[in-house]
Design a protein. Structure first.
Length: 340
């Protein structure tokens, strides 16, 4: 999809609105911030690596717990043609992913929160290709080379810099992903109209099954921050990196260290709901596919609704921007969480 789609324009408009309202006086009755959507990069080739999603620096209260169920469903398409001389294509990634994850967190102290996450992953040909092609036709947005290939198929193939074939060993199906551990330390606790900051540490254990096994242990760290602007806006930022020593998984060679960064804007027009716009970027993922982009980025727009004092719903969509040959073309996310 185009990097300057209506979704991108909406984000630019939201940022302009923040500039206009940030100087307005504070309202002591405004609802508390809810945080980013915490969506990961589930691109087909990124499923084998630990990611660092946008996250708020706000810990749970001591003794408080939160249980979440999250769904990510996206269509992945990337195509980089070979040289103009008519040589073989550099790479093709075509398929669809779905991830259903259970996330549990608990506040141990006023500044320390720990958690565990277990994803159930699926990949295959899917059903979204025709819907996305229709959307491109109706809106006039460029659809890339997707119509040139069979619909709803799972294909990953390519060549390295020496033009040798890279044989991907993945297969369609549903399996458990790696178990993920979380620790969040708020070294600068939240305070109204002041910057809050936290150190976030994640570890992925190689507990996946089937084709999602043998990914190796991974460790990632982030420094994240947040501040309330004016009466009803919040901004979140963060940067970090993941180290995952096992480089080759299913025939694909990955970068052993990958950087991540994000910026998120939350607008709280009412007490029970908010609108979230976020952009994130990450450095090189794959090293042995010729022509593979050196960075990936996403735009996400969504909403969060407190349906009761303890229950929260969230949902939105994901669009790859920038180097679109290596990012989810279009996806949807949804989640339900409960505090205890």
């Amino acid at each position: 999809m185009s990097a300057w789609s209506p979704a991108t324009a909406a984000l630019v408009a939201a940022l302009a609105l923040v500039a206009a309202r940030a100087a307005e006086p504070a309202d002591s009755g405004a609802p508390s911030r809810r945080g980013p959507l915490e969506v990961r990069d589930d691109w087909l080739l990124a499923q084998a690596r630990l990611g660092l999603p946008p996250v708020a620096p706000d810990p749970l209260r001591a003794g408080q717990a939160r249980l979440s169920l999250d769904l990510a469903w996206g269509s992945d398409f990337g195509f980089e043609p070979g040289p103009a001389s008519g040589g073989p294509d550099h790479f093709l990634v075509d398929g669809e992913h779905r991830t259903l994850a259970l996330d549990a967190r608990r506040g141990l102290t006023p500044t320390l929160t720990v958690g565990v996450r277990l994803p159930l992953r699926w990949r295959g040909g899917g059903i979204m290709d025709g819907i996305i092609d229709w959307f491109h036709e109706v809106t006039g947005l460029p659809g890339g080379a997707r119509p040139l290939f069979p619909m709803d198929r799972l294909r990953v193939e390519g060549r390295d810099s020496l033009r040798r074939p890279v044989r991907w060993g993945g297969a369609p199906g549903t399996r458990l992903g790696d178990l993920e551990l979380l620790g969040l330390w708020a070294f600068r606790p939240p305070a109204r109209h002041a910057w809050a900051a936290a150190l976030v540490v994640r570890a992925a254990l190689p507990t996946g099954t089937g084709d999602f096994a043998r990914t190796g242990t991974a460790v990632g760290t982030q420094v994240v921050s947040a501040r309330t602007l004016g009466r009803s806006f919040d901004v979140y930022t963060g940067a970090g990196a993941v180290a995952q020593p096992r480089r080759v998984v299913a025939g694909v060679e990955y970068a052993p260290v990958r950087g991540h960064g994000f910026v998120t804007l939350e607008w709280r027009p009412a007490r029970r709901w908010s609108i979230v716009a976020e952009m994130d970027a990450s450095t090189r993922l794959v090293r042995n596919l010729a022509g593979y982009p050196g960075w990936q980025s996403y735009l996400r727009l969504g909403a969060q609704v407190d349906v009761s004092e303890r229950w929260r719903l969230r949902g939105g969509f994901v669009e790859g921007i920038g180097s679109q040959q290596a990012a989810t073309d279009f996806g949807i996310v949804a989640g339900l969480s409960r505090r205890f």
